[in-house]
Design a binder for this molecule. Structure first.
Ligand SMILES: N[C@@H](CCC(=O)N[C@@H](CS)C(=O)NCC(=O)O)C(=O)O
Length: 655
């Protein structure tokens, strides 16, 4: 994979590293990529939910390879890169040294996180500085005044990462001691050699570099302490940023020198006991737990599933060693009090990455947020883009399922969709009519139409339709719930079975089909739903009591889900036509009703109006402007009794 001029020729390059500049783990991975001399570009990411949708977890960094694969979680990413470029020996080839490197990396990743967050967010100097930097990097397009964005950011970070992670007046000193001791121990090491395990950087260096560079060296309070008390660490931090395989050269030591003793002691007395308490809490499914660490009383620490996995990984790395290496590692771990806590908690089962897919696919974030909540992962309210207005061209190749498609508005909707190059699933009871429409549209527009014969009055009709489209692998991009019928007469004199069937078709099937198909649309973040309701849904209907109530249900249901779906790329539109010239009047026993005395709108014009409203993502569309005015501006201001009388008049039949 090396070209003759020394550059790398690899289809995964160049890399795109997504993460904000001040991020601990983004800095860690960036240093690895720089050392490996891989071409890359860093991209600030906003909002977090966008990254979560592609990586599966709401955390940074996310790494995009040039072959379009996304990676997440620096530990497995580094393992993967190390295997791809083995000559660079990021992870030492000596198995014992490799084990300790992983242990040190893990300690730096997880145990130094708390003091790093503490210095950044608990000191006003740190919080003030970093909230300014962070909102510009990740929340520039959030439409709020900056001081509010900064306030929300600081409160959120404290709630999750300091206070929510057990930092309190009672543990403050202990948390700071972790940092001060780390500086002291690293200073002693770095006074004797340029890198932590020799004269070239390796996994342990990159692990400690994460907190050291982006947090400790740069944040105002911890930075000042580092400059004043640990100049060798300060120098090493810059050296790491500048390290390049081709110029750095150097060698790794063959063993972990004794100067690592104090840090290994701290792993035994503090980090591993914390991991054990966390693992116990996870086993009991507790969201928070209390633990005393080196006499510091940590209370209500958030349980981190990811850190149960960290412990599992350490055990796995040990188990994978040869017998002699295991003995050597064990002796060293025992000497520093690490052996017993490594195994203290039996039967770990984090369930993180059971198929060992990392770094592909999401793991778990430290905030413990379920990946399925990924969309919510921005701590500031992000202005969610309105679902895009579609043009008719956008319908090309999109499949629409239309109920009641054999005639009237349904058939016209099918014709419209086909004329825009969209495929169809035509649903109705009358097979012959459906087949005729299928033949007509396939011939005329070269689209594919699938016929499903179904009586939506049957309770499980929607499930059967869904099973049929699933079985044939048909993805429904557009759902048009058009089927429906009415009925005339006084409610108490009508056949109840007819009204029950009407409720099933007009409401039950609508809810069922929408529920079954909307999930896939949300997942794909794209979809259109059109409900053919009625102006009857906007007022009670004496002599059509159940019908108007069913349409009122549809108008209400469609609007409510439209709001729920507002940030998903899916829209729901209720079309409310007045009288239309279809078979509806006959099928609904309405011949002679005053309202239908004059000719109604043509099904073509109503379908065109509804289809366009659906493309725009309108909430409610009334096809006639005059009706729109009466229903919106007259009826609501009239006394109810008068409205009912007017409505009844429209339904009265001349005898
Ligand atoms: N184990 C992960 C940890 C990544 C991580 O926790 N990153 C932090 C920022 S440095 C994050 O995304 N936090 C989520 C948040 O702040 O909501 C890794 O190594 O990549």
């Amino acid at each position: 994979m090396m070209t003759t001029d020394g550059t790398k020729d690899d289809p995964i390059l160049p890399l795109k590293l997504h993460g904000p500049e001040p991020s601990y783990f983004t800095g860690k991975l960036e240093a690895v990529i720089r050392f490996m001399e891989l071409p890359y570009q860093r991209i600030a990411t906003a909002p977090m939910g966008n990254l979560a949708r592609v990586t599966g977890v709401a955390q940074v960094p996310g790494l995009l390879l040039a072959d379009d694969r996304w990676f997440t979680d620096t530990t497995p990413i580094i393992t993967w890169l190390d295997a791809r470029y083995p000559d660079l020996e990021i992870i030492p080839r000596d198995p014992v040294l490799a084990f300790f490197s992983r242990l040190l990396e893990d300690y730096a990743d997880e145990w130094l996180w708390r003091p790093a967050m503490h210095y950044r967010w608990d000191y006003p100097l740190g919080a003030d500085h970093m909230s300014r930097v962070l909102i510009d990097e990740v929340a520039a397009d959030v439409k709020l005044p900056k001081f509010i964005k900064r306030h929300i950011t600081v409160s959120r970070q404290r709630a999750i990462f300091t206070k929510g992670d057990g930092v309190s007046p009672a543990t403050w000193n202990h948390v700071e001691k972790i940092y001060l001791d780390t500086l002291k121990h690293l200073e002693a090491i770095l006074k004797t050699r340029p890198y932590l395990l020799g004269t070239r950087p390796s996994l342990a260096d990159f692990g400690f570099f994460g907190p050291a560079f982006r947090h400790f060296a740069q944040d105002p309070v911890s930075g000042r302490i580092m400059r004043e008390t640990a100049p060798a660490v300060y120098e090493w931090t810059s050296r790491m940023w500048n390290a390049r395989d081709s110029v750095t050269g150097g060698k790794l030591l063959g063993h972990v020198p004794d100067d690592w003793g104090p840090i290994l002691d701290s792993i035994g007395s503090a980090y591993l006991p914390y991991l054990c308490a966390n693992a116990e809490a996870w086993k009991k499914r507790r969201s928070h737990f209390d633990v005393n660490i080196e006499d510091a009383p940590y209370r209500r620490i958030r349980t981190a599933r990811y850190r149960v996995w960290c412990l599992e990984e350490l055990r796995r790395h040990f188990d994978e060693l040869s017998d002699t290496d295991q003995q050597q590692v064990r002796r060293r771990l025992e000497a520093h009090g690490c052996w017993e806590p490594l195994w203290r908690v039996a039967d770990l089962a984090s369930g993180v990455d059971p198929e060992r897919k990392a770094p592909f696919g999401g793991s778990h974030s430290m905030t413990g947020v379920d990946p399925s909540d990924a969309d919510k992962q921005h701590w500031l309210p992000v202005a969610t883009p309105k679902a895009k207005q579609l043009t008719t061209e956008d319908m090309m190749g999109k499949t629409a399922l239309i109920t009641g498609a054999s005639s009237g508005i349904g058939a016209e909707l099918a014709r419209l969709h086909a004329s825009r190059g969209g495929d169809l699933v035509l649903v109705a009871r009358r097979e012959d009519e459906l087949n005729a429409l299928k033949a007509e549209l396939e011939k005329k527009h070269g689209i594919t139409a699938t016929v499903i014969v179904s009586d939506l009055a049957e309770p499980h009709a929607a499930e059967k339709i869904f099973a049929a489209t699933e079985a044939t692998g048909l993805q429904i991009d557009v759902l048009m719930n058009n089927a429906g019928f009415g009925g005339h007469g006084k409610f108490h004199e009508r056949d109840l079975a007819k009204d029950q069937a009407m409720m099933q078709v007009n409401m039950g099937a609508v809810v069922d089909l929408t529920h079954l198909y909307v999930a896939g649309m949300v997942r794909r973040r794209s979809g259109r739903i059109l409900h053919v309701a009625s102006t009857a849904g906007m007022l009670p209907g004496p002599l059509q009591a159940v019908y108007n109530a069913t349409k009122s249900f549809v108008v209400s249901f469609s609007q409510a889900i439209a709001e729920e779906l507002s940030d998903t790329g899916v829209t729901s539109t209720a079309l409310c036509p007045g009288a239309v010239d279809t078979g509806f009047v006959e099928a609904s026993e309405l011949e002679g009703a005053a309202l239908f005395a004059k000719p109604g709108a043509s099904p073509e014009s109503v379908a065109a109006c509804g289809y366009e409203a659906m493309l725009k993502g309108d909430l409610v569309k009334i096809n006639e402007p005059s009706l729109n005015f009466v229903l919106g501006w007259v009826i609501p201001f009239l006394p109810r009794k008068i409205v009912l009388k007017m409505s009844r008049k429209g339904m009265d039949k001349k005898s």
